[in-house]
Design a protein around this ligand. Structure first.
Ligand code: GTP
Length: 235
């Protein structure tokens, strides 16, 4: 196994499946099975999930809502998605713990770094909800922050494309995929991997990022074994 402790970042939109809004139970269970397989192979798994399938702070701002207010609503949306993932995993008999950056004691534990690490050591999948607990920060930034805090070996960004391309593959048919690329190159070429806050956190802390297609069964498990899947961003 190449990676012993991973932080898996999923977008909220991915949970919609083919629906226009909310959570598609079929997709949710598919993801849970992928995560269970990774967990069963002995890998310590932490998860951060976005909330865009339920609420997007930036769009709310365009509609006239205060940005900070919208961002807090978005953080709550991530807790709903986190609870959904937690429930799906527990259906598959995977032990989980949910920790939130915003206290909601009746629903989940508060984020406590040392406890999160202990849970991981005990083989529990740890889900981090409510982003970083701060407005103006994306869930990608929260994922990078938590990954660094728990000393994950890598941050795995599950998307619907299979890696980073020289140009947008949906617009440019000549675009080719990178197997590996350096942080500097991503920055220099202006390629979009994560927002700059998240990206810089990873770069400065030497945390590799792998962008991969989460919708292809087996990808997550193969990645952990060290097989070439998606695009690896490293120093
Ligand atoms: P160990 O200390 O390693 O045994 O971990 P543990 O998580 O099993 O112990 P703990 O007694 O802290 O937690 C038991 C259960 O209560 C777990 O399902 C936790 O997720 C849950 N739990 C712990 N703290 C909180 C909290 O503040 N709020 C909520 N809602 N649940 C909590």
């Amino acid at each position: 196994m190449k990676y012993k402790r991973i932080l898996l970042k999923l977008s909220g939109e991915a949970l919609m499946g083919n629906k226009g809004f909310g959570i598609d139970q079929v997709r949710l269970m598919e993801y849970a099975k992928e995560i269970k397989a990774a967990h069963d192979s002995g890998c310590q798994v932490a998860i951060v999930i976005g909330g865009g399938n339920i609420f997007r702070g930036i769009q709310a701002e365009q509609g006239g809502m205060d940005r900070v207010h919208g961002d807090y609503m978005g953080m709550l949306a991530t807790v709903i998605n986190s609870m959904a993932i937690q429930s799906a995993l527990e259906n598959l008999k995977v032990e989980t713990r949910l920790q939130s950056a915003i206290k909601m004691e009746q629903i989940c534990e508060p984020f406590i770094r040392r406890k999160a690490v202990r849970h991981l050591e005990k083989g529990r999948v740890v889900i981090f909800g409510a982003g970083s607990g701060n407005p103006y920060f994306t869930t990608d930034s929260a994922a990078a922050l938590r990954a660094i805090e728990i000393e994950a070996d890598v941050i795995l960004k599950g998307t619907r494309v299979d890696g980073i391309y020289t140009a947008d593959p949906e617009k440019d048919p000549k675009a080719t995929k990178y197997d590996r690329i350096s942080f500097e190159e991503v920055y220099g070429k202006g390629l979009e991997v994560m927002d700059l806050t998240a990206f810089t956190l990873c770069k400065e802390n030497n945390l590799p990022i792998i962008v991969f297609d989460m919708n292809k069964p087996g990808n997550l498990q193969n990645l952990i074994k060290g097989e070439k899947v998606g695009t690896l961003v490293e120093v």
